[in-house]
Design a protein around this ligand. Structure first.
Ligand code: AP5
Length: 219
């Protein structure tokens, strides 16, 4: 794949299982800027049973949002690392108006890529999702299967299902998204930073729209 490095700070926005992580990983590889996924960072804490992990495990399993102050702290620490000097892709942050305001105090975001997908398709994507616990690669049993069933193409680890991908929990997460996160769309639209992306297409079709939006901004 053609690799270039851009100096940009992007937000990949959208409801649970819209494809944020899938696209952020592809964009990160293409543009040479790191993906910062709050969900992945929190799951890493849970897996390692750190004090943060112990605090947020029940919250994640219930499909609720973690506390703003903790999430903002995690983001601040991550973006201050040297690999973020040229920019980064925020995946899953901000998710509340408070988080958006804190982000504005920290930096200027160049573009918010908002992935839109119908609710029933979101549920189907979440229920069939499998992830690699080691390298965080994302698959789907039907839409994006690994070459060998249950095994990560990238690192060979056994794939797992996320604890919060049960149908009941995903519907809860969608409700939380509508109540607490969706209002940010209007916030970023008013700021002229929003680009809507049709997330109902396949992985490559969504990626093409994203590249077009980023490259337009680069020119
Ligand atoms: P997080 O991990 O961020 O979960 P999420 O936002 O609910 O998003 P997902 O990871 O579920 O989905 P995604 O959009 O990345 O989709 P993916 O690419 O995997 O957060 C988890 C939890 O952490 C939250 O519930 C909360 O508790 C906490 N948290 C995180 N951030 C927080 C914050 N800022 N504040 C407070 N709490 C926070 O794709 C989904 C599936 O679809 C995959 O199987 C994939 O293979 C497939 N797929 C992807 N694209 C396509 C396509 N175009 N066509 C067909 N299939 C596709």
């Amino acid at each position: 794949m053609h690799r270039m490095v851009i100096r940009m700070k992007l937000v990949i926005f959208g409801p649970p299982s819209a494809g944020k992580g899938t696209q952020a990983q592809k964009l990160s590889k293409k543009y040479g800027i790191p993906q910062i996924a709050t969900g992945d960072l929190l799951r890493e804490h849970v897996a390692k049973k750190t004090p943060i992990g112990l605090k947020v495990k029940a919250i994640l399993d219930a499909g609720k949002l973690g506390p703003d102050d903790l999430i903002v702290q995690i983001i601040k620490e991550r973006v201050s690392q040297p690999d973020c000097m040229n920019g980064y892709l925020l995946d899953g942050f901000p998710r509340t108006m408070n988080q958006a305001k804190e982000l504005e105090k920290m930096t200027d975001i160049d573009l918010v890529l908002n992935i839109g997908v119908d609710t029933e398709l979101l549920v189907e994507r979440a229920v069939g999702r499998r992830i690699c616990p080691k390298c965080a690669a994302v698959y789907h049993v039907t839409f994006n299967p690994p070459k060998k069933t249950g095994v990560c193409d990238k690192c060979g680890s056994n794939l797992i299902q996320r604890d919060d991908d049960k149908e009941e929990t995903i519907r809860k997460r969608l409700k939380v998204y509508q109540e607490q996160t969706e209002p940010l769309i209007e916030h970023y639209r008013k700021k002229g930073k929003l680009m809507n992306i049709d997330g109902s297409l396949g992985v490559d079709g969504v990626f093409e729209q994203m590249i077009r939006a980023v490259d337009r901004l680069e020119k």
